[in-house]
Design a protein around this ligand. Structure first.
Ligand SMILES: Nc1ncnc2c1ncn2[C@@H]1O[C@H](COP(=O)(O)OP(=O)(O)OP(=O)(O)O)[C@@H](O)[C@H]1O
Length: 281
């Protein structure tokens, strides 16, 4: 074995973790969103991040992509410390991350084909014939090659989400971040998206981070799950281990119980004090 080969072998073993989060702390004013959080996202897997509403799941994705900066701690993506990178290096790293955000609507004036072609036109100088092939392959991967000429307003919600997914993988990212991909979908579209996320992850060789409230759907396809609440990781492991976790926090979330350690009310003074206070707001 040559020196290079052994170095490569070593790298492939230690590179098992593609996103490494250590001691992550982040506040929004007085609100502690994350307090000394550690997480490992393993390469090639689907990792779900779950937790009650407002617990910081979207914030976590924005921290991973460098849109937000932690107050303390580090986030490494493929060995690169996201928040230590110069702007141009951060943009290069971001190109390796596909994002399917809930709000990531399609460009309404562009056809399905042109929506998927958009990142390729922006970031590459591919000749048109090559670009066409790539776009058709991405659309084929989400089952919508035949819909290439439709406009976004001619698509169902589920189809639009799939086109957005084709666009998210247009630049062949290593990592895809999904923020609530199932929101607003009917059960059939939801089922289709669930299958598609798993299938793409394995067929294209991606790593997926999936933020979702949909416990059943997510548990179906995740290799690992993190449950976060009140700024901390309260459970982690494969779905079967989380399902067997008896802690009240985890049970409340996994079983969708309205009552439990997580309160329905956002932190506030006692209602009677608030109502009697001589204030205008
Ligand atoms: N721009 C902002 N300014 C101030 N506070 C914010 C801002 N964005 C989010 N927050 C607060 O940070 C916390 C985490 O928000 P985040 O959107 O990450 O939660 P989430 O877990 O994704 O919620 P949901 O499941 O409801 O989408 C919330 O309490 C929210 O009110």
């Amino acid at each position: 074995m040559t020196e290079n080969a052994s170095a490569g072998d070593l790298r492939s073993q230690s590179d098992d973790i593609i996103v490494k989060i250590r001691g992550l702390s982040f506040r929004r004013g007085r609100l502690v969103v994350f307090d000394q959080v550690d997480m490992d996202i393993r390469r090639g897997e689907v990792t779900a991040v779950m937790g009650p509403s407002g617990t910081g799941k979207t914030t976590l994705l924005k921290l991973i992509t460098g849109q937000l900066r932690p107050d303390a701690g580090t986030i490494e993506v493929d060995g690169e410390s996201v928040h230590a990178l110069e702007r141009s290096a951060l943009y290069r790293l971001r190109r390796r991350m596909g994002m399917l955000f809930q709000s990531g609507a399609l460009l309404t004036d562009l056809s399905v084909f042109d929506n998927v072609a958009y990142p390729l036109r922006e970031h590459t100088n591919l000749p048109p014939s090559m670009l066409r092939k790539l776009v058709l392959l991405k659309l084929e991967a989400v089952g919508l090659r035949g819909a290439r000429d439709l406009m976004p307003n001619e698509l169902s919600g589920g189809m639009a989400r799939r086109v957005a997914l084709a666009r998210a993988i247009a630049l062949d990212p290593d990592l895809v971040l999904y923020d609530e991909p199932f929101t607003g979908q009917d059960p059939i579209s939801k089922g289709m998206l669930v299958t598609l996320i798993r299938h793409l992850n394995d067929a294209v060789g991606l790593t997926s981070i999936l933020v979702s409230h949909d416990v059943a759907e997510t548990a179906q396809i995740a290799d690992q799950m993190y449950v976060i609440s009140h700024g901390e990781v309260i459970a982690q492991g494969p779905p079967a281990a989380i399902a067997a976790d008896g802690s009240a926090w985890v049970r409340q979330f996994m079983d969708g119980l309205p009552d439990g350690p997580v309160h329905f009310h956002y932190e506030a003074p006692a209602l009677v004090d608030d109502l009697l206070a001589r204030r205008v707001r």
